[in-house]
Design a protein around this ligand. Sequence first.
Ligand code: TNX
Length: 522
Amino acid sequence: MSLLLGALLLVAAASTSAGAATGSPPTSAGAPRPLGQIVPAPASVAPGGTPYTITSTTPIRVDAASGAEGRRIAGYLADVLRPSTGYALPVKAEGPGGIRLRLSGDARLGEEGYRLESGRGAVTLTAHRAAGLFHGVQTLRQLLPAAVEKRTKQPGPWQVAGGTVEDSPRYAYRGAMLDVSRHFFTPAQVERYIDQLALYKVNKLHLHLSDDQGWRIAIDSWPRLAAYGGQTQVGGGKGGFYTKADYAEIVRYAASRYLEVIPEIDTPGHTNAALASYADLNCDGVAPPLYTGTDVGFSSLCVPKPVTYAFLDDVVRELAAMTPGRYIHIGGDEAHSTAHADYVAFMDKAQAIVGKYGKTVVGWHQLAGARPVAGAVAQYWGTDGNEAEVVAAAKAGTKLVMSPANRAYLDMKYDANTKLGLDWAGLVEVDKSYAWDPDAFIKDLPAGSVLGVEAPLWSETLTTSADIEYMAFPRLPGIAELGWSPARTHNWPSYRARLGAQGPRLAALGVNFYRSPVVRWE
Ligand code: TNX
């Protein structure tokens, strides 16, 4: 595309994004969904021209530049579309018509951006990187009728409105956290959640792999951590842990959906499961019993003992070897049983160990009150945004991931009647969860401090996939939108209407979502 045409498109897009903000529902039954009525809101939308219709003869075409990765994404798209359309949708080489996936040299689309052009005869997804093609596929799914997500043949027609979407994310880091320690979730349950996160262009999965109630990852050099420390969970169930093969499969599956897995070993507090597994890790040399309650802040690694750092070195070395991504999260929250000077001394050593194995440190934002190393990332989970220590750390270069508990914590109850969840950060309805700006939530941050957002899901009260889904949906899509969409698209009426359209889609996918009364579900 010429630069001039590109500039015209952007102008057109700017003028229609105001229209999108009105959130008008589709006009008549059978008409395609309006271009751009998706979650997260796209950066620019230029509707117009003939809709594209998928038919029994439609191919999915992959250009040569897209290679094996492009063909894999085409296969993923075919797996979504074939059961509901009943069409063959063969994956073919590049050519004029059909659903076309192209990797171009257009670096302006960035690491994750894409362009979707829909019109007579073809819908074309173009990206600079495979991740962008994959995100474009998620957009294409949402532009089709919700019934496309069903696993049995549906009537159609399968139309995509005509026009162009050009889209790329506001933030590079758009995460979700799952606490597999308080209750264990199997690899299949984690993969189900990964598929749901991918729908909304989330690109990080943070796994909270250890806490007082359970150690969930096999560490060969300290086998009792998982074999003993992984034996129970909140309420006293049998718990569980991931073998290295299980974990490799989760990492592979996440990567196939363009999510990077960030493992967390919480230290120096939240460590009862480790302390129970090895008496030597305790300052008094006595192993405490396994813990199945929900208190926090009672456990601490023994800061003066050298074995503490031998343990940490082994754990981080093995974790780093299992982690193709760049981050390792070392926790650092609620270390109420660790004296502050000990906490600071411990975090110095822990950060050095992560650096030694070539990884970037992430810590909960209490790290800001210690001495964050250059490049460290602090994950903010406060509620009021008045955070002198965090601002000081940000001014010194620490980047932030924003998870304010009274907005982004998916384990907070929606209202007083919500059976699952906790309420220490308040009740968080869907509108409240969406009502904040990641750049502005903490006052006085220097520009550019925020790397992105993350929606943590703590599992003290959650035991099944249905529980996970009930708490995550529909708040997770809102946090994903805050991470992806330009700040100028932030608009509750627009979001509410677009979220309402996700209802039939989530239902078709079998997601157990909360039918919030503040949303007008389609
Ligand atoms: C606080 S958030 C915690 C967790 C709890 C969570 C429950 C954070 C870093 N620590 O240990 O599970 O609240 O909402």
